[in-house]
Write a protein of this length. Structure first.
Length: 380
């Protein structure tokens, strides 16, 4: 299933899921959110992983007492998968939940959003890292129980409340924010392609916002990572958690994922990648996408952009190659499997302005760090 706009039968009416109903952000934001949560429900089910649930319970306990909330919690394990969805829907019924609170990273939030949608309940998202924009979006990704990507599910609305607590985000490993930077960077490299020659004002605005997001990340990420918790660090957290959602909300179907995320999806079918973060795989996928543009179309702008990203990745610690991903022992057969999945008929890789064959994709995957021959110094 692919994310699509809804079109009525009588007229071309586009429905955009632009943003959460309310966003609370700042240090200690959770401690100030009790009344906002209580307005949405009195019997919340908290969905997350073990680490996230352990982190959030002492923060929510005082709010429960103050606002008379009856809370229970449940894990989304083994993954953001159909089995977990069915199990959690049963917990909703048993608890008579009237609100879902998703806490954690992308998979926990995706599963919480999906359960809330299926049960027609309001939704609160509380990200515990800056690794993805899942806290914002009206979309859930589903995987197998073993962690291989299956499909995405468009949701009818974004979360009702997003709580971005910088104190909570700061407890996450530095690696998660670096991965989030990689995931957010893809907005420019994919949206600028998938939007094609669109002339709609909102699409143009979304793509230009993606360019601004890219520039913020390139200019400020290194400083932010050196000063966790500081003002610039908070800007980069906003840039990874919030701004990609703004772009996707405004751009809708015209600002879809392209090759970078398709390559991520293919990589998830190799078991050795399951300890690699989503944004790390996507960041590598951006380089592969640019390498494809360079190889197939002799696109020197793409070559220069790839060289710029290679330097940036080296600076902040994003993976530049299969070896950096820990896949130095990957076999040709495995790479061919990744390529076949990434090039499946319904894959967003086909939003590239040229046809991609699996053999070409494999060639691009193994040559992301090839030195650009052009002496062009322009930064694009």
């Amino acid at each position: 299933m692919k994310q699509q706009t809804k079109v009525s039968t009588s007229s071309q009416v586009t429905t955009l899921q632009v943003s959460p109903g309310q966003i609370m952000r700042g240090k200690g934001a959770i401690t100030e959110a009790g009344a906002n949560i209580a307005q949405l429900g009195k019997r919340p089910l908290i969905i997350g992983g073990d680490r996230a649930l352990k982190l959030i319970q002492p923060l929510l306990a005082p709010l429960c007492q103050e606002h008379d909330l009856t809370i229970t919690s449940a894990s989304h394990y083994p993954d953001s998968c159909e089995k977990s969805q069915q199990t959690l829907q049963a917990v909703v019924s048993d608890h008579q939940a009237d609100l879902i609170i998703g806490v954690g990273g992308g998979k926990a939030l995706d599963m919480a959003k999906l359960v809330a949608s299926q049960c027609q309940l309001p939704m609160v998202t509380i990200p515990t890292s800056g690794a993805t924009c899942a806290a914002w979006t009206a979309l859930s990704n589903l995987y197998t129980e073993a962690g291989a990507f299956l499909y995405d599910v468009p949701l009818p609305y974004p979360p009702n409340l997003l709580i971005l607590d910088y104190d909570l985000i700061e407890t996450a490993p530095k690696r998660t924010l670096i991965a989030g930077i990689g995931d957010a960077l893809a907005k420019w490299y994919e949206a600028s392609v998938s939007s094609g020659h669109a002339t709609a004002s909102l699409t143009i605005a979304a793509v230009q916002q993606a360019r601004v997001l890219r520039d913020i990340l390139l200019q400020k990420s290194a400083t932010a990572l050196e000063n966790p918790g500081g003002a610039v660090w908070q800007e980069i957290v906003d840039a990874t958690v919030l701004l990609p959602g703004v772009i996707g909300g405004l751009g809708g179907a015209n600002c879809r994922t392209v090759a970078a995320h398709a390559i991520h999806n293919g990589l998830t079918h190799i078991e050795a990648t399951h300890n690699i973060l989503h944004g790390e795989k996507v960041a590598y996928g951006i380089l592969v996408q640019l390498r494809l543009e360079e190889m197939v179309e002799n696109n020197q702008l793409a070559a220069t952009a790839r060289q710029q990203l290679l330097e940036f990745y080296s600076e902040i610690g994003l993976p530049k190659s299969l070896e950096d991903l820990g896949l130095e022992n990957v076999t040709l057969t495995q790479l061919q499997q990744v390529a076949e999945i990434a090039c499946a008929p319904n894959s967003d890789i086909h939003r590239l302005p040229f046809t991609v064959e699996p053999t070409e994709l494999v060639a691009a995957m193994v040559s992301t760090t090839v030195t650009v021959n052009s002496k062009a110094a322009a930064k694009v």
